[in-house]
Design a protein around this ligand. Structure first.
Ligand SMILES: NC(=O)c1ccc[n+]([C@@H]2O[C@H](COP(=O)([O-])OP(=O)(O)OC[C@H]3O[C@@H](n4cnc5c(N)ncnc54)[C@H](O)[C@@H]3O)[C@@H](O)[C@H]2O)c1
Length: 352
């Protein structure tokens, strides 16, 4: 392939896709289009940019003209840019619709106009809504339950229209929750690791019984490239793992990696307006084609803890003011409010 474009490539999942694309297509030109929101971090891909392997273009996927210029001449576009944090979507849902729906529409329209040969759209298992038993196959009805998953499902509907109307060469992938290095510490695993690195307690939604499957971002990136090479246009592929844990079990795994007892560290905090009890997808279709996950959260946790410990300066700004705030709360509510306003946290309401 001559040119590959990855949107959201400076984010968590996107940067793992960039690693895998660079490894698998050593002679292709690789371009990242990323708005560099709070979730984008240049350091996630700096190793490729400094070696001139990857070109980073800072811009918004909702900008049709920009998208046209970026995807011109591309053989493959992998669309991973998104607002991705469910908690944030309850507070600022319009931004999720703007980026995830209008952004996807603008990008696919640009791809249509520029005759891009293949588009991989990164979606999520959350579009199925909660699956309390069994596993959703690709033809399951979509029943999203929160503004984030609704925006991802809406984006898929637009893409389905482009497949039917224009025969756009689109492939959709729906992945489990991902874990790995470089994940912004608003999501449960890096957040709990960061809390323990700063001697904080672990806030758990509800009673901690929500279940999630956790797929390695490295396995995920391999699956993305696998689908780019072998996936059929117009098809949807689930990408999953058998590694399933309750939030309570995740807290235990992480606490154990620090030699601590989770029962002494957990604070049960008010739940989201709605929280899916469980997500589960069947990935037999992809398995039959030859892809399977190789990693497991259980064995990777110590590596993750090491990475966050060694790279914590990236996130120290986020956690430092919060520690100060907790101390100040004892003394002055007025000062606390002023401090919070000056140093807004990206974590949303659960941060206090
Ligand atoms: N993280 C997971 O567990 C998971 C699981 C399944 C699917 N996904 C999907 O994978 C994709 C990436 O998720 P992530 O966890 O890496 O997210 P992330 O929040 O870490 O990264 C998102 C990236 O998109 C960029 N971005 C945001 N708005 C943009 C815009 N308007 N224009 C251009 N770039 C923009 C951000 O700067 C950031 O670099 C998303 O589509 C998400 O729905 C994630």
């Amino acid at each position: 392939m001559r040119k590959i474009v990855i949107t959201g490539g400076a984010g968590f999942a996107g940067s793992h896709i960039v690693d895998e694309v660079c490894r698998r297509f050593p002679s292709s030109k690789v371009v990242v289009l990323d708005k560099m929101t709070y979730a984008g971090d240049f350091r996630n891909i700096s190793h490729h940019v400094f070696s001139n392997r990857v070109q980073l273009l800072v811009g918004d996927v909702t900008d049709l003209d920009l998208c046209r210029r970026v995807v011109k001449g591309a053989d493959l576009v992998i669309h991973a840019a998104a607002e991705s944090h469910v908690d944030n979507s309850f507070g600022n849902s319009l931004e999720f619709t703007r980026t995830n729906v209008l952004g996807t529409h603008s990008l696919v329209e640009a791809c249509r106009q520029e005759k891009v040969k293949k588009i991989i759209h990164v979606s999520t298992d959350e579009v199925y809504g909660q699956i309390m038993s069994g596993a959703a196959s690709e033809d399951e009805v979509l029943r999203p339950t929160n503004p984030y998953s609704s925006s991802k499902a809406a984006a898929e509907m637009i893409l389905q229209g482009y497949v039917q109307s224009y025969h756009e060469p689109i492939v959709i992938i729906r992945a489990n929750n991902l874990y790995g290095i470089r994940q912004f510490p608003e999501k449960i695993i890096p957040r709990f690791i960061s809390h323990l690195l700063t001697e904080r307690r672990l806030p758990l939604h509800g009673n901690g019984s929500y279940r999630r499957h956790y797929l390695s971002a490295v396995d995920f990136a391999e699956a993305v490239v696998f689908v780019a090479e072998h996936g059929a246009v117009g098809e949807v592929y689930n990408i999953g793992t058998t590694e399933e844990y309750t939030n309570l079990e995740v807290a235990e795994l992480i606490s154990n990696a620090f030699g601590k007892d989770s029962s002494e560290l957990i604070d049960f905090v008010p739940d989201r307006p709605f929280n899916d009890g469980r997500y589960s997808v069947s990935w037999e279709k992809l398995q039959a084609m030859g892809w399977s996950p190789r990693h497991s959260l259980h064995t990777d946790i110590p590596l993750l803890v090491d990475w966050y410990r060694n790279n914590f300066e990236r996130y120290s700004e986020l956690f430092g003011p919060v520690l100060v705030r907790e101390r100040m709360e004892l003394e002055s509510d007025t000062f606390t409010t002023a401090l919070v306003e000056q140093r807004p946290s990206p974590f949303g309401p659960l941060d206090s």
